[in-house]
Design a protein around this ligand. Structure first.
Ligand SMILES: Cc1cc2nc3c(=O)[nH]c(=O)nc-3n(C[C@H](O)[C@H](O)[C@H](O)COP(=O)(O)OP(=O)(O)OC[C@H]3O[C@@H](n4cnc5c(N)ncnc54)[C@H](O)[C@@H]3O)c2cc1C
Length: 403
């Protein structure tokens, strides 16, 4: 049976997240877009303290990915908060992508050990570093190495475009999960995740990027120069097995792609709501019930924008719902991510187009949402890569057979 009705407690939380988005994020959205790399300290502290009681109550550490409606609630939260501001959402202290990697690849003991720091104290961040100067979409081409030396793994390489990398390594007691190869000759199977904590000798932030959108979110380049991490910082088994290693990268993406899809929908909905409110002020209501042949071009555009976001949302909720039930969702996660990334790009551009100079002006946030939108079509696998994954899964091809 298919049931699209949300549980009362999920609905209640949706309202709460919307209030946070409206009253805490929107008012500072423009300020931190313009002052890139400035820390919204007050926002961090308020939101961290606000979440502390809940984290204590639920024992939440990002470790438990199954059960209840946890993933569904997460995507709904991501949509609401990104309706507020996507850059601020990505900057919210927490385990982030690093936590997702620990949850996907770590043992129960590692989940407890690495994620318990997120329960209290000062704001903290987790991050994940896969991308390198010569590898992004083709994550199997990772060149960062991990060599065993006595009681340590020694990591060498450069990682780029690491979301929250600076906050995790320089500004809080955080960590970055670094993906490195323990055996280049083993290909994908040799790629393993390592937890690199703040203060580990040999790790440094070498650059923080200036960006088109989500400018308040820090995006760091990281150098690993003979960086020594204890043996038990490799997540999961150190054994190189044909079926192992890379499947943990994929499992991480299965959990994070629906979240990015939801982020995209939140940004798109912000733009759509803005246009709707503007049209209402002009006493223009969208006439849904009339025949398509009698609709104005504006009405048709608006309905198309709504439809795009609604389709993306249903795909996203399905992918999250499957994750909540422990059902493999790689196909659905990629479908949701590809659809939401392309939809938000189209919807925000159309919104700017409909509004003309008001859309282009910095007086309103529409132009910002158009800039914030595009990243959802790039990180966590570009649109092209997600479509490739969808094609492989539907047609039954391996990554070697369909590239
Ligand atoms: C703001 C930001 C934050 C990021 N955060 C993180 C992070 O936290 N951690 C992390 O590890 N990475 C992060 N990334 C990196 C991001 O995931 C990669 O940039 C992305 O996966 C694309 O990889 P690439 O940069 O190597 O581009 P490329 O792979 O070089 O892609 C360039 C273009 O070629 C296309 N393309 C590539 N291969 C194919 C193919 N086989 N078929 C068809 N088209 C193809 C792509 O779709 C794209 O359009 C971030 C990036 C940005 C911009």
């Amino acid at each position: 049976m298919i049931d699209f009705e949300l549980e009362p407690q999920v609905l209640e939380r949706t309202k709460f997240f919307h209030t946070v988005a409206e009253h805490m994020m929107r008012p500072i959205s423009r300020q931190y877009d313009e002052q890139e790399h400035e820390e919204p300290r007050e926002f961090f502290e308020t939101i961290w303290k606000g979440g502390a009681r809940e984290r204590q109550a639920s024992g939440e550490s990002g470790a438990d990915r199954k059960g209840g409606a946890r993933n569904l609630t997460t995507v709904i939260m991501a949509e609401e908060l990104c309706w507020g501001d996507a850059g601020l959402f990505l900057s919210i202290p927490g385990p982030g992508l690093g936590g997702a990697a620990v949850a996907a690849a770590g043992t129960a003991e590692q989940k407890e050990r690495f994620l318990k720091r997120f329960k209290d104290g000062e704001p903290k961040w987790g991050a994940m570093a896969i991308t390198e100067p010569g590898c992004g979409s083709d994550s199997a081409a990772i060149t960062t190495t991990a060599r065993r030396e006595g009681d340590y793994w020694v990591l060498n390489g450069t990682k780029i475009f690491c979301t929250a990398g600076q906050r995790a390594l320089e500004k809080s007691d955080g960590f970055v999960v670094v993906w490195a190869t323990v055996d280049k000759s083993a290909g994908r199977a040799g790629i393993k995740p390592f937890v690199v904590e703040r203060g580990t000798p040999g790790v440094s932030v070498i650059r923080v990027e200036s960006k088109l959108g989500i400018r308040v979110s820090d995006t760091a380049a990281i150098m690993l120069d003979n960086c020594r991490v204890p043996l038990d910082h490799i997540l999961g088994s150190p054994k190189v097995e044909p079926s192992g290693g890379f499947k943990d990268v994929m499992a991480t993406f299965d959990a994070t792609r629906p979240i990015v899809a939801a982020m995209a929908i939140g940004v798109g909905r912000a733009a759509l709501d803005f246009v709707r409110d503007f049209l209402r002020d002009q006493r223009l209501e969208i006439r849904y019930a009339i025949a398509p042949t009698r609709m104005t071009a504006l009405e048709r555009d608006f309905i198309e924008m709504e439809t795009e976001l609604e389709a993306a949302r249903l795909l996203t909720w399905r992918a999250a719902w499957m994750l909540d039930r422990g059902i493999r969702n790689s196909l659905e996660a990629s479908m949701a991510k590809a659809k939401a990334g392309s939809s938000v790009t189209r919807v925000t551009q159309k919104a700017v187009e409909i509004m003309g100079p008001l859309g282009y002006s910095r007086k309103y946030l529409l132009e910002k949402w158009m800039r914030d939108a595009k990243i959802n079509d790039i990180f966590e696998g570009t649109q092209q890569i997600n479509l490739l994954i969808v094609a492989r899964r539907i047609l039954g091809y391996s990554s070697k057979e369909l590239t």
